[in-house]
Write a protein that binds this ligand. Structure first.
Ligand code: SPV
Ligand code: MG
Length: 295
């Protein structure tokens, strides 16, 4: 496969159909991005849910697109690894979608995912209505992004919410074909069921006209081997850094209260050296010897 100049696999390469699905790991700030990169993930998912949560917002377009873009810029800087940004429903109509996509590209994103819902969207795991966008109108959003960001390395993922909204396979497939015609590079098919039956049924009928991206948050107990067998191109672990952080922070807060101090917790938290390494303090020291000339 083609490699970018610095030996980094491009997002376009990652979403291609391989023998085994690529993984995109959720990150929501520069630190979580650096940790995921260091662990070996070749690409990141800038999750709307996780970024919203880390900023103290609900995943309902409470965060403005420019706040999201600020976070993405810091993530791109810290990880220097391809990032697929969750662009929600595009923050409005075709005009907002193309504006946001272009700006995200400038801020270091390698691609944007746009879902076929209205603005403001609501997180797909919250019950209630998830009104779908009109197919033609949503295709306009997709082609506007394609025409505005013609960079062949910038990936456009079209996300289908038909199954989330309670429609059937026919609706999902009709939308997928329309979005392929409109210029999408990949199709994200989402589900909130606890088993992957509807996702796998979609994949069987779709025949990989475009690569298929999935988000197994609710159907977490399915082994990746099943996605490989189904020809899934990319699996997004969409919120697992954030949920790990919540669990770790909750436990350490509870322990410091319960134990009345920090005597016992040191072995269970990251050493400061690890933080300094993640944020490349050694690079600053090297730069100082070069640029801070002694008087
Ligand atoms: C996100 O991570 O923000 C997503 C995935 O869009 S989901 O929360 O499943 O909608
Ligand atoms: Mg989202």
């Amino acid at each position: 496969g083609g490699k970018a100049s610095e030996g980094v696999t491009t997002l376009r390469d990652l979403i291609r159909i391989h023998d085994s699905p690529s993984f995109l790991m959720e990150a929501h700030d520069a630190l979580s991005a650096a940790i995921a990169k260091r662990a070996g993930f070749k690409g990141l998912w800038a999750s709307g849910l996780s970024i919203s949560s880390s900023l103290g917002y609900r995943d309902a377009n409470e965060a403005s697109w420019s706040e999201v873009a600020d976070v993405v810029e810091r993530m791109a800087y810290a990880a220097r690894t391809p990032i697929l940004v969750d662009g929600d429903s595009g923050f409005g109509n075709f005009n907002n979608a193309r504006l946001v996509a272009g700006r995200l590209r400038k801020r270091g994103a390698s691609g944007i995912c746009i879902e076929d819902k209205a603005f403001p969207k609501m997180n797909s795991f919250i019950g209630g209505r998830h009104p779908l966008a009109d197919i033609e109108e949503f295709c306009g959003r997709l082609s506007a992004v394609k025409d505005t960001v013609p960079d062949p390395d910038f990936v456009l993922v079209a996300r289908i919410e038909a199954l989330i909204a309670g429609h059937g396979q026919d609706e999902a497939l009709e939308r997928a074909h329309a979005y392929a015609e409109a210029g999408a590079d990949a199709i994200l098919i989402h589900s909130r069921k606890s088993d992957p039956t509807e996702i796998l049924a979609f994949a069987r009928s779709w025949h990989n006209r475009l690569p298929v991206v999935i988000v197994p948050t609710k159907y977490f107990s399915t082994p990746v081997a099943e996605y490989r067998a189904a020809g899934i191109s990319t699996v997004i672990w969409a919120n697992h850094n954030m949920r790990a952080a919540i669990a770790a922070m909750r436990d350490i807060c509870n322990r410091i209260i319960r134990e009345g101090g920090i005597v016992g917790i040191e072995p269970d938290i990251a050493p400061l050296e690890e933080l300094f390494e993640l944020m490349a303090y050694d690079e600053l020291a090297a730069a100082e010897t070069r640029y801070l000339r002694p008087k």
